[in-house]
Design a protein around this ligand. Structure first.
Ligand SMILES: [Fe+2]
Length: 391
């Protein structure tokens, strides 16, 4: 039996982490104008000002609960409740703007400092991770925004993509988080999973490899697509990954740049990933296969958010999220903690699991047991995929 390496973070030392998380949040939106913070850039995403207020409201909620006090702003609880307000309707909410927003963020943080002794280490760490996770969401919004909104300087990732594949032997392994450090409820409990042998790519599919699929007419070949994927391809007019242009360029925030061959292809839906895999005579991994392959292969990618782009396709964790073919569900023995709305309400609802982490993920959040999920049709995520074959 192979046992997972502990990869979750130890608890503690949270003041500095909270401060650093806030510095990063503000750093990311530094160059964004007031009106661009306030407006909806894409119906899929919240206004950035909503994300900022929500980060503070989430902190207010959990610190108040732990400390047994009233919310600082009870009137904002509904506005910033992520579960009650779907993203599509957030543009019409009375969320805070400008100076009022900054003042609210600061006031909540002030209270947090005073109450922190009564906040459990788990909840404190959750606040840090929550803020980190919203930073990635905000970067998705900024990438969707039209040119002129955001122009970060990209630091190119050096090196070559990892080519080839390797054999992972069959047998039982321990899947999920061991329960020692911080992890979300959906990563637990750790449980034994039996898998037959399989071959898995050493790195995610590169831009160069995906371009071959395109050149071979992959988007027009019905037999490569699932029924749902083909229907979406037609109704959404998919002809290439989101942000790729017909002329062979790719839009990265403000600029259209030439495709870099060695970087992982990103911004494809799970359906496009599946069509590619079928074209290659392969398939997407199950999330169990992905986690099994990532064990002992835990070389993180650059995980440097301020690079504003991925490094060459390779590691399991760190350059792009990776689609799997598994629907999001609880592990055997799942128990919601600390609230059902984090995971449980999304189980068995057609969401697909993504594994790994992208360049936009903070290193503290990234771990081989982390489970991300979204609709398989979504393309705004910094997500690519790697392929597997039966051995
Ligand atoms: Fe949130």
């Amino acid at each position: 039996m192979i046992t997972g390496t502990p990869s979750s973070q130890p608890l503690g030392g949270v003041e500095a982490l909270l401060e650093e998380a806030r510095e990063r949040t503000l750093r990311l939106v530094e160059g964004v104008s007031g009106p661009d913070l306030d407006r909806v850039h894409d119906p899929l995403m919240s206004p950035l000002a909503w994300d900022l207020g929500h980060i503070a409201a989430f902190e207010d909620l959990w610190v108040s609960r732990e400390a047994g006090t009233e919310l600082l702003r009870e009137d904002l609880a509904d506005v910033y409740d992520a579960f009650e307000t779907p993203r599509t309707g957030r543009g019409g909410l009375r969320y805070l703007r400008h100076d009022e927003l900054r003042a609210y963020m600061e006031a909540v943080r002030e209270r947090t400092w005073r109450a922190l002794v009564r906040v459990s280490p788990f909840i404190a760490e959750m606040l840090v991770q929550h803020e980190h996770q919203h930073n990635e969401t905000m970067l998705q919004t900024l990438q969707l925004a039209e040119p002129g909104v955001y122009a970060p300087a990209r630091t190119p990732g050096p090196g070559a993509a990892r080519a080839g594949s390797r054999l992972v032997g069959g047998g039982s392994f321990e899947m999920g988080d061991a329960g020692e450090g911080f992890a979300y409820d959906n990563e637990r409990p750790r449980h034994a999973v039996d898998l037959p042998a399989f071959r898995i790519d050493n790195g995610p599919v590169t831009n160069a490899a995906f371009a071959e699929f395109l050149a071979d007419g992959g988007y027009g070949r019905r037999e490569l697509w699932s029924e749902e994927g083909w229907e979406l391809r037609r109704s959404e007019g998919w002809e290439r990954p989101l942000y790729w242009s017909a002329g062979g360029g790719v839009r990265r925030f403000e600029q259209v740049v030439e495709l870099e061959a060695e970087l992982p292809v990103m911004h494809v839906s799970a359906h496009e990933a599946e069509a590619y895999a079928r074209w290659r005579g392969a398939r997407l991994p199950s999330e169990a296969e992905w986690e099994r392959a990532a064990l002992g292969e835990d070389i993180p990618g650059r995980l440097e958010q301020l690079d504003f782009g991925p490094g060459p396709a390779g590691p399991f964790v760190g350059d792009c999220w990776e689609w799997t073919d598994t629907e999001f569900d609880g592990y055997p023995g799942f128990r919601p903690h600390p609230y059902p709305e984090y995971s449980q309400v999304f189980f068995r609802s057609g969401y697909r699991v993504l594994r790994g982490a992208s360049w936009a993920t903070r290193a503290r959040v990234a771990r081989t047991t982390f489970r991300n999920w979204d609709h398989p049709r979504r393309r705004q995520i910094f997500a690519g995929f790697r392929c597997v074959e039966d051995a």
